[in-house]
Design a protein around this ligand. Structure first.
Ligand SMILES: *Cc1c(COP(=O)(O)O)cnc(C)c1O
Length: 455
């Protein structure tokens, strides 16, 4: 132990996940069947997910025990370190104390294995032989490829075609773990074939890839589908991050005044923040929560809180969330993991209730923040994580202006060592800021109104 790195001994690793559902300020609006507009029954999800995950999705238990087999795999890289950013504090000359929980030490370099491992385990227990999923830049796909490899399952990963060709490294990682990686749109599914017939050069999108992965799972007896963010059970698995961080902050005898995270679908933010939300309510502490998103996909700051589809092809149930509309296609920012039109329903409810704040940044200022952080701390943030870095820096600068000794904790959700193309554009000054794509957002929100579902 030194001043900079707080490690937690393996035997101290938390043995349960925290479920926020019973602690929400009001009940979570249920997912709706798009045809009947009635709440989706848990059984309706059975073709896509194993029973145990469906139970976790709707559970009202505050804590859920982590199975021993999952603990064993977590132990390969957990507990992850908590850092005090002493060099960044010095560089900024701030009276603030800055801490970050570093998830980039996982085998695939982000927080995503925390849920991939749990999902692969429960599927394996229920006799599923193969998992299907989609991936953009490949963070989620490589996490699932790793987890399915460990539990002896096959995996089929529909990777957005343009990323398949332009971001080859995570594709290689997935294949090394034995995954089948298919550029999407593909000729394996009707929707893929239909799109290819019209336009053989279609670059693909996450929406199309989700549809292909869902179709594949729904039409195969041996396969189920796996999602890397947004759903309650995914956020649940990520709370291992915050549960560890609580123990690590206890060792130092500090509590955060601010908990900060980047938001794509909400899983790494929730993973760190929700356990501190419980602490705040139980102990009457004053902790503020800040969700950080890109200006190119400003869901929480510019979206509407209403029912919408989770995917572009309208295959999913309707979820009540802040949304930019399922037809919204965000500009091609480098933080691929933050290019999503909606957000996790629990996170959206908390935002609507004023329990968390949100802020949006353009990608140039985000990379500037990441650059500063890299020079001070020596870790290169993933472009997604860099949003949290930028917000933490701004909070620390504000602390200096107000001469305030605040404690800031943020989630460094992954490293950026596979994102060198993005950093190259940044140093060559070729990075586009992509501020609010106002017109695109207005168009897709108009489309959304046609759905006619009461918010
Ligand atoms: C996928 C990803 C995100 C965004 O997803 P969330 O579900 O919002 O956490 C953030 N950071 C990294 C490193 C990612 O891979």
């Amino acid at each position: 132990m030194n001043d900079r790195i707080v490690t937690l001994p393996p035997e101290e690793m938390p043995r349960r996940w925290y479920n926020i559902l019973p602690d929400l300020p009001k009940p979570l609006p249920p997912p709706l069947d798009p045809k009947t507009k009635e709440p989706v029954k848990p059984e309706q999800l059975a073709p896509l997910f194993p029973k145990e995950l469906i139970m976790q999705e709707v559970s009202q238990e505050r804590f859920i025990n982590i199975p021993d087999e999952v603990i064993e795999v977590y132990m390969r890289y957990r507990p992850t370190p908590l850092y005090r950013a002493i060099y960044l504090e010095k560089m900024l000359k701030t009276p603030a104390k800055i801490f970050y929980k570093y998830e980039g030490v996982s085998p695939t370099g982000s927080h995503k294995p925390n849920t991939a491992i749990a999902q692969a385990y429960y599927n394996m227990k229920e006799g599923v032989e193969r998992l299907t999923t989609e991936t953009g830049a490949g963070q989620w796909g490589s996490a699932l490829a790793y987890a399915t490899y460990l539990f002896g399952l096959k995996s089929t990963i529909y990777m957005v075609k343009i990323s398949y060709h332009q971001k080859p490294f995570r594709k290689v990682l997935m294949k090394l773990y034995g995954a089948e990686v298919i550029p999407s749109p593909s000729d394996k599914t009707p929707i893929g074939r239909e799109i290819l017939e019209k336009d053989p050069e279609n670059p693909g999108s996450l929406g199309i890839a989700i549809s292909e992965a869902i179709f594949d799972a729904a039409t195969s007896d041996d396969a189920k589908y796996s999602l890397g963010s947004v759903l309650n059970h995914v956020l649940l698995h990520q709370t291992i991050i915050g549960e560890e961080a609580i123990k690590q902050m206890e060792i130092l005898d500090v509590t955060p005044d601010y908990v900060v995270g980047a938001v794509g679908g909400g899983s790494n933010f929730a993973g760190l923040a929700y356990p501190f939300y419980r602490l705040k309510k139980d102990k009457g502490l004053d902790i503020k929560f800040l969700a950080v998103e890109p200006e190119a996909a400003p869901t929480l700051t510019k979206g509407v809180y209403t029912y919408d589809f989770g995917d572009t092809a309208r295959l999913t149930p309707l979820l009540k969330m802040y949304t930019l509309g399922h037809t919204f296609i965000p500009p091609p920012i480098h933080a691929g993991g933050l290019r999503y039109h909606g957000d996790a329903p629990t996170l959206c409810l908390l935002k609507d209730e004023g329990e968390i704040d949100a802020v949006a940044y353009d990608q140039v200022s985000v990379f500037q923040g990441a650059h500063l952080f890299f020079q001070a701390e020596g870790i290169l943030p993933a472009p997604e994580s860099a949003h949290a870095v930028k917000a933490a820096i701004d909070l620390a600068i504000e602390a200096k202006e107000k001469n305030e000794e605040r404690v800031i904790l943020f989630n460094l959700s992954g490293h950026g060592l596979f994102d060198m193309k993005a950093y190259e554009e940044y140093i060559e000054g070729r990075l586009e800021p992509y501020s609010y794509p106002q017109e695109l957002i207005m168009q897709s929100i108009e489309e959304l109104k046609k759905l006619g579902v009461e918010a």
